[in-house]
Design a protein. Structure first.
Length: 100
């Protein structure tokens, strides 16, 4: 895992509001986020974020996950197609199945 970030707001695309939302579901550090499945985290955030819950949140989580696992810092929109594909396939497969 990358050690380039010591707090959630050090991650690309994660600001104070998103860090607070992640904290509300028990994610308080980059290491915790790196071990989580982005799609499962996205689903869990739905209850916390309410009307602010948007597909772009998934793209941001994908970006952060890749960065934390050694990838380059990329903008969230670089993960739009991957996120759309995950969302389209979200109803298929078994719960907990993940490409990560």
């Amino acid at each position: 895992m990358a050690t380039r970030a010591s707090k959630l707001t050090d991650l690309p695309n994660i600001g104070k509001a998103t860090a607070r939302d992640l904290g509300a579901i028990g994610i308080h550090s980059p290491g915790q986020l790196a071990r989580r499945d982005p799609m499962a985290t996205f689903r869990e955030l739905a209850g916390v974020m309410g009307s602010r819950h948007d597909p772009c949140v998934l793209y941001m989580l994908l970006s952060a996950h890749r960065y934390l696992n050694g990838g380059p810092a990329l903008p969230w929109w670089a993960f739009t197609e991957e996120g759309r594909s995950l969302l389209a396939g979200a109803g298929r497969g078994r719960p907990g199945d993940s490409p990560f």
